[in-house]
Design a protein around this ligand. Structure first.
Ligand code: PXP
Length: 237
């Protein structure tokens, strides 16, 4: 299972003081040295963490791959086409939310998202839909010609009982298998951490996990490279 690191909260910390440190670009380069397979950033409409300068510098400097999480708005699509990440992950975005709270409904936005995929494809950018583990959303993602889905794992991560966690894991397993059958790549993320990754890694149809908060929280105590290496150790047993 590949592992891409979301570095948004390095920028959150930087922006808290309106200073230049810690720099998310430095974080990305250190994470690459420690072995991550890709770097993920969410360029939000309100620029609360990652900004355009970060995205452009990351594009120039990283040597793995850049996954740009983004809302399907005209402004951000234009920036994405100009920057050229390897992957654009389309997420819903609300100004009030602390973090992305769930998947996008492809079913309810077929025309708009189909056009978004087509525009990004013209710039040779692959496109992923961040969705719930729902068969109908997966079918709709394939219909609009997405290349990947990213399965929202928040329900799994927040499960209060083992039974709830297993039920959700089962839904994710079924969804991933279905997506694979349709020829879609399968990523997953949200709320994955050093504990829950141990059962999550059994889902062999998941190509890549996208993890941010747990790694950056651990990095405060052990350093970023060590935090990354520990997660890689858990993913590659
Ligand atoms: N995937 C998506 C689409 C996200 O929005 C986020 C959160 O920014 C993540 C993965 C990573 O979630 P976490 O920070 O909880 O690991």
């Amino acid at each position: 299972m590949r592992f891409a690191l979301n570095i948004d909260h390095i920028a959150t910390l930087r922006n808290a003081r309106g200073e230049t440190q810690p720099d998310p670009v430095t974080a990305a380069l250190l994470a690459e040295q420690a072995g991550v397979d890709g770097i993920v950033v969410h360029l939000r409409e309100d620029r609360r963490h990652i900004n355009e300068r970060d995205v452009r510098l990351l594009r120039e400097l990283i040597t793995t791959k850049l996954d740009l999480e983004m809302a399907a708005t005209e402004e951000i699509i234009k920036i994405a086409c100009d920057v050229g990440p390897e992957l654009a992950t389309i997420v819903p975005e609300k100004r009030q939310e602390l973090t992305t709270e769930g998947g996008i409904s492809v079913i309810d936005n077929v025309a708009r998202l189909k056009e978004t995929v087509s525009t990004l494809h013209k710039f040779e950018i692959e496109v992923s839909m961040f969705i719930e583990p729902d068969i109908n959303q997966i079918d709709a993602s394939a219909e609009i010609d997405a290349d990947y889905i990213e399965i929202h794992t928040g329900v799994f991560a927040n499960a209060l009982t083992e039974e709830e966690q297993f039920d959700e894991l089962d839904r994710i397993r079924t969804a991933a298998k279905h997506a694979k059958k349709l020829g879609l790549g399968v990523n997953a993320g949200h709320g994955l951490n050093y504990s829950n990754i141990k059962i999550f890694r059994e889902l062999t149809d998941i190509d890549e996990v996208s993890i941010g908060h747990a790694i950056l929280a651990r990095a405060v105590f052990v350093g970023l490279k060590e935090a990354v290496r520990e997660m890689i150790g858990l993913l590659r047993v």
